[in-house]
Design a protein around this ligand. Sequence first.
Ligand code: AMP
Length: 180
Amino acid sequence: MNFASLSLSKSLLRSIEAVGYHEPTPIQEQTIPHALTGKDVLGCAQTGTGKTAAFLITVINDLLKHPIDVQRFAGEPRALIVAPTRELAMQIEKDAKVLAKHTDLQVMSVVGGMNFNRQQERLQNKLIDILVATPGRLTDHLRRGSLKLQDLRFLVLDEADEMLKMGFADDLEAVFEEVP
Ligand code: AMP
């Protein structure tokens, strides 16, 4: 299988090529075609096998194929990626920006240990397509009303096992309650 055979959007294929991915890794080959049909996917593979790009390619392609033609509001992302640590969330944000480089999709992260008010201001003033977040900070923003999840098309739980081990089950439950 190659990326071109997945009928991905041209702007995404351009980024995939620019970043130097010549063919999908096994986890990408197994998950992307399935997830692109709108089905839920649970992917298990070791670090370094290309899981991040597997869900980012799916999310970016889906958002590009389903543009919103009604009025949009700030603080209402269309895809939410939750990850256990600030470092991981920021790495995902960086990867997402690289893959979305030739699109007009807006990527942002809200993670703990960073200025809350600045994040809130950005959430309240800018359109966001893909939000990457750590669980605690995410629920803080939901409680404060700076973030609304009713327009979500995608929810990704990266390293879900790790998030449960770290005691984030209640935070994740609170997120699930807000998801359509
Ligand atoms: P991850 O498992 O998400 O931590 O990814 C590990 C590394 O694999 C990252 O540096 C990615 O840039 C790289 N990578 C992801 N997909 C591919 C691919 N299809 N071909 C080559 N490298 C890839």
